[in-house]
Design a protein around this ligand. Structure first.
Ligand code: RTP
Ligand code: MG
Length: 140
């Protein structure tokens, strides 16, 4: 059994609808522990840097605009198989394809305004955590 850490963002569609608690409740119910959390309003440069891997995708500009359209909550989640477990409770990128009981099925508005981000590998998780948090801000 290995305890992992992964990175999560509660996106602007969720903060706008006052759903940060509802999202966090679902993450905790899935066995994930919030070991760092802060509410921020990303700058355009921060969002472009975070999503640099998607730079060539057709939706890049819209994605960055959406992510800076309001505050977000960035979190570090800890638990057994945290990365995969978080992806599972998030559900499919497009809420229309997400399984019942997942965050995106229950709460998301659209493929873009899909309520949460979650790291898709342990390597990316480490990079994404370091992008937003200093080591001393994470309390396990
Ligand atoms: P995320 O990175 O946010 O956890 O989501 P994901 O892995 O499920 O999706 P990904 O393919 O990495 O895409 C990143 C985010 O871009 C937006 N998106 N829009 N308009 C579109 O076709 C489209 N496709 C993706 C979503 O907000 C997605 O979460
Ligand atoms: Mg992704």
């Amino acid at each position: 059994m290995t305890t992992e850490r992964t990175f999560s963002i509660i996106k602007p569609d969720a903060t706008r609808r006052n759903l940060t608690g509802a999202v966090t409740k679902m993450l905790e119910a899935a066995g994930l522990r919030v070991v760092a959390s802060k509410r921020i309003h990303m700058t355009q440069e921060q969002a472009e840097g975070f999503y640099a891997v998607h730079k060539e995708r057709p939706f890049f500009g819209e994605l960055v605009s959406f992510m800076i359209s309001g505050p977000v909550v960035v979190q570090v989640l800890e638990g057994e198989n945290a990365m995969a477990r978080n992806r599972e409770v998030m559900g499919a990128t497009n809420p229309a394809n997400a399984e019942p009981g997942t965050i995106r099925k229950e709460l998301a508005e659209s493929i873009e305004a899909n309520t949460v981000h979650g790291s898709d590998s342990l390597e990316n998780a480490a990079t994404e955590i370091a992008y937003f948090f200093k080591p001393e801000e994470i309390v396990g």
